[in-house]
Design a protein around this ligand. Structure first.
Ligand SMILES: Cc1cc2nc3c(=O)[nH]c(=O)nc-3n(C[C@H](O)[C@H](O)[C@H](O)COP(=O)(O)OP(=O)(O)OC[C@H]3O[C@@H](n4cnc5c(N)ncnc54)[C@H](O)[C@@H]3O)c2cc1C
Length: 395
């Protein structure tokens, strides 16, 4: 292999790859030696611009994105979260005041975040190449070879942030015992109009079929972003309803806390799966973000976790990047250990929440309701759990 021209090549076109590129540019002696390889086929650009996701980002993610001047102009604050269980007594109200933070989180749209990240990327000096999906074709003791279309690139380290954790596992990865679970659920994503909005409040309701979240929408105070998880067949039946009947079905699952609810614009359904790759470092290849793990959307943790992957990786690479050693590899052992703990805890909480309320088994369901009641009664238990969901493991 030729002497690598780039210190780090990042493969990915989503928020995690873009954030990492900008964090590395802030610490690198020569930001142009950071290469960001993006999938810029028209279908991927269209899918990103039209992505229906609204993302609840915690305060830690917001501070991180603000540090690279990538926080979108339109964001809705979450000041309280109301958690309840359909048909049970359990409920809890989590307030930003209890947690002593200015807000519990903020909601932004995936497309607005993407656009803002692209703007801030422009002045960083990072080398950006667009084309078909980039592919790692080899690695040796000098570096990594990557192909994108007709172009070949060499880098000393590659970071896979291509969001492909849902892709079939290779034989190598199967050996590394990736943890996977098909929830058998689809998330229905929609924007809904509420006749009696309650600004600043997000709602998480656990139903027998799956969790249902309504998040304050960044574009208007009377709109909410709906994430309604349902077994596949029920999700398909709901998708087949007209807007008026869909609104009625939603009201009967959620109640009338926000008045009447009506869909506003198109609805989408996405399948839900847990994938946690055990091996996120293979030689000179590091895997982060959704490429390392995809989570159930309950409690909105996927991107928050991916941004922590990126933030801690940039810190772990700082000395290596500044020393500019031509052939050495960075020591990422401590980073791996930090990420292992944070990933396991966040994935564990999310997976438990996703399953324990919708197993259809009464004792498990009841335990879920009791756990919620317990959280309401026991601040000592609630504080660390909520703080983890707010910030994740601190460095
Ligand atoms: C319904 C739903 C709701 C969610 N809600 C929340 C929430 O409220 N809060 C939260 O924190 N998270 C949430 N998430 C999770 C969040 O969307 C993901 O964790 C986040 O998008 C991951 O970002 P990423 O950059 O790692 O990957 P992605 O967003 O998947 O982006 C990867 C990009 O790289 C491109 N790509 C693929 N292959 C290549 C290649 N070879 N070379 C270059 N580019 C490539 C892909 O096409 C894609 O554009 C939700 C997810 C879902 C499904």
């Amino acid at each position: 292999m030729d002497t690598p021209l780039y210190d780090i090549a990042i493969l990915g076109s989503g928020p995690v790859s873009n954030t990492l590129a900008q964090l590395l540019a802030q610490i690198a002696n020569t930001p142009s030696r950071i290469l960001l390889l993006r999938d810029e086929r028209p279908e991927n650009l269209d899918a990103t611009a039209l992505d229906p996701r609204a993302l609840a980002l915690n305060q830690g993610s917001r501070v991180l994105l603000e540090s690279i001047d990538a926080w979108p102009d339109q964001a809705a604050d979450i000041l309280t979260v109301h958690v309840s269980q359909q048909g049970r007594l359990g409920r809890t109200l989590i307030s930003h005041a209890d947690m002593q933070t200015p807000r519990l989180g903020s909601v932004v749209t995936y497309s607005a975040l993407h656009e803002r990240l692209n703007q801030s990327l422009q002045i960083t000096g990072v080398t950006v190449a667009g084309g078909p999906p980039a592919l790692i074709t080899g690695q040796d003791d000098r570096g990594i070879t990557i192909r994108q279309g007709q172009q070949t690139y060499h880098a000393r380290l590659a970071v896979l942030a291509d969001g492909q954790a849902q892709a079939p596992l290779t034989e190598d990865e199967k050996e590394a015992a990736a943890r996977t679970r098909d929830y058998g659920q689809h998330a229905i994503l929609a924007t809904v109009h509420a006749s009696n909005p309650l600004p600043g409040r997000a709602w998480e309701r656990f139903t027998r079929q799956g969790p249902l979240a309504l998040l304050p929408h960044p574009q208007r105070h009377d709109l909410y972003a709906l994430v309604w998880c349902q077994p596949q067949a029920q999700a398909e039946a709901l998708q087949a309803l007209d807007d008026s009947h869909f609104g009625q079905a939603l009201e009967s699952a959620f109640g009338l806390r926000l008045g009447t609810l009506q869909p506003y614009g198109p609805r989408h359904a996405v399948p839900l799966r847990l994938t946690m790759r055990q091996r996120t470092l293979r030689g000179r290849i590091v895997t982060i973000g959704n490429a390392a793990q995809t989570l159930h959307p309950v409690a909105g943790q996927g991107l928050n976790l991916g941004l922590r992957d990126a933030a801690q990786l940039s810190l772990a690479l700082r000395d290596w990047l500044r020393a500019n050693t031509p052939c050495g590899t960075p020591d990422l052992h401590d980073w791996l250990m930090q990420r292992k703990a944070d990933r396991a805890l966040t994935i564990g909480i999310t997976d438990l929440l996703a399953r324990s309320f919708s197993t259809g088994l009464s004792p498990a369901e009841h335990a879920g309701g009791l756990a919620l009641l317990g959280l309401d009664l026991m601040p000592t238990l609630r504080q660390p759990l909520v703080r983890h969901l707010l910030q994740g493991l601190r460095i």
